[in-house]
Write a protein that binds this ligand. Structure first.
Ligand code: NAD
Length: 475
């Protein structure tokens, strides 16, 4: 099927176009194609690049491009294939037929770090994002609803998206007062709740004016279970954009806060995990974070910087968000510290030791390696001349390092490592089979960087191996 045939076969059905078919856009496309209270024809558009074409071809061939541990992905994909209401393309002509365009593209921050991984500078390049908005403006209907879901620096919908789209419509000799522009951010969590994190989750939204906000609300009510998860409308797009980056900055700062407490706990011979568990029982402190190898993923590593950048570059503020920037820098250094902790404890040099990383993705039960804290940790080990190998049930190619992790644990353990590092919280590492597999190896060091092992597991493993845990005093 080509784009023209797809459009013809859905004449009369509202067309929703999703721009950007990455971690968010690909699953958002499925959620819209399986709308709860509506019937849409969905066109997913990605860039005309090798990677973009690969994603598009994969989706059209019925293969979801992201490894996801959520059975609803296959179910939603199959239903949309049966209905024939989802088509992916790189053809920008698709924008011309869309009634609703959802922007799910990336907006990156380029960080500069010193040799200790401390943040020494960063830059937000809006140019690719503006170019994507211009592409919409060059083709779209004058009364289209453009819903920005990309995490943007606060001020972007009002100061960048609206003027860019209106100017493009005027250049085409079309009215610019009919367009509707809204912002509603994603809290997508790739993993076992991937679909539910969109469909069964609270949403915050806004519009550049009342008619835009109304249109966003009407649309969201057709795809989200708003009876159980009511929508929250905020006063303007600056507010929703700020809400998103504030949410993530709060989390990043919460993690950065606990870092120095982890060091203190190690010095004091205290198990900080035990302490945090005890404190978390109080409802007012239930989200105090645990220590760990570091903060990863595409969002928490950059969103505080997007917020700080917008304060001085879009919103007329004089100061940066200094605490949020500091939090990012502290978090970025966590993997180096995790390495130094091992280096201090291990009885001989790490050089030439065989180190097996158990998990390379940034989050448990997810195959996303973007900005994984395991990468700088790996680089520290590499610089120390360790012999490295990796296991990850969700990742068979680790693009950031060029290595190919084993997806089967038994295969990974054939190297008989000197040190096995639990670096990602995949549930399988908590299972009895993993404990047994580790116990079948020659004596080694097991280094848990995230406090994943239970006390029962630790006791069993200690019968043969030496176990150390980041953020804990001596065991
Ligand atoms: N990944 C998450 O868990 C998550 C959660 C919440 C919010 N977000 C936010 O959602 C946005 C998207 O994140 P993601 O993780 O899906 O990113 P991603 O990098 O996985 O996907 C972005 C996609 O957009 C495509 N793209 C870029 N420019 C384009 C253009 N001009 N036309 C068409 N396609 C284009 C890219 O090729 C890529 O496939 C970001 O702003 C992110 O911060 C992500």
């Amino acid at each position: 099927m080509n784009l023209e045939t797809f459009i013809k076969s859905h004449a009369g059905t509202p067309i929703v176009l999703v721009q950007g078919l990455g971690f968010v856009g690909s699953v958002m496309s499925l959620v819209v194609a399986n709308a709860i209270n509506g019937n849409y024809a969905v066109i997913g558009v990605d860039r005309d690049t090798l990677a973009g074409r690969k994603t598009v071809d994969s989706l059209n061939a019925g293969v979801f491009p992201i490894v996801a541990d959520d059975p609803k992905i296959a179910e939603f994909f199959e239903k949309s294939r049966q209905k024939g209401n989802f088509y992916a393309t790189t053809d920008t002509a698709a924008y011309a037929v869309a009634d609703i365009i959802i922007v799910d593209i990336n907006l990156d921050v380029h960080k500069v770090s010193n040799e200790k991984y401390a943040l020494s500078g960063y830059d937000v390049t809006l140019a690719p994002f503006i170019s994507a908005i211009k592409t919409i403006g060059r083709h779209c209907k004058p009364d289209v609803l453009v819903l920005v879901e990309t995490t943007v620096p606060p001020g972007t919908s009002k100061e960048v998206v609206a003027p860019t789209l209106k100017a493009a419509l005027e250049e085409r000799g079309l009215p610019s007062d009919k367009i509707r522009i809204g912002h509603s951010y994603e809290r997508v969590m790739p993993g076992p709740q991937y679909v539910d994190s969109i469909q069964n989750f609270y949403r915050v939204y806004s519009g550049i004016d009342e008619k835009s906000a109304d249109a966003v609300e009407t649309f969201l009510k057709t795809i989200i279970r708003t009876d159980e998860y009511p929508l929250t409308r905020l006063g303007n797009t600056n507010a929703t954009e700020m809400a998103k980056v504030l949410e993530n900055s709060y989390r990043a700062m919460n993690i950065a806060f606990v870092v120095e407490w982890s060091r203190m706990a190690e010095e004091a011979g205290v198990d900080l995990y035990e302490v945090v568990h005890a404190i978390r029982q109080r409802p007012t402190h239930s989200n105090l974070m645990f220590p760990g190898i570091g903060v990863g993923g595409y969002c928490l590593t950059k969103d505080p910087l997007l917020a700080s950048w917008s304060r001085t570059n879009l919103l007329g503020g004089k100061d940066k968000l200094k605490q949020s920037e500091t939090a990012v820098s502290i978090n970025d250094q966590m993997p180096r510290y995790a390495f130094e902790f091992l280096e201090r404890r291990y009885p001989s040099a790490i050089s030439s030791k065989s180190v097996l990383l158990l998990g390379v993705s940034y989050r448990g039960d997810v195959g996303d390696t973007r900005f994984s804290p395991v990468e700088p940790f790996y680089r520290c080990l590499l610089a120390a001349d360790a012999r490295l190998s990796a296991h990850d049930p969700y990742v068979n190619r680790w693009p950031e390092t060029g290595i190919s992790p084993h997806t089967n644990l038994s295969d990974a353990l054939t190297v008989q490592p000197d040190i096995a590092v639990i670096s990602t919280g995949h549930r399988m590492y908590q299972q009895e089979e993993t404990t047994k597999a580790l116990l079948s190896c020659s004596p080694m060091w097991i280094y848990d960087t995230i406090g994943l092992l239970s006390s029962t597991q630790i006791k069993k493993l200690q019968t043969k191996h030496t176990v150390i845990i980041l953020g804990r005093g001596d065991l």
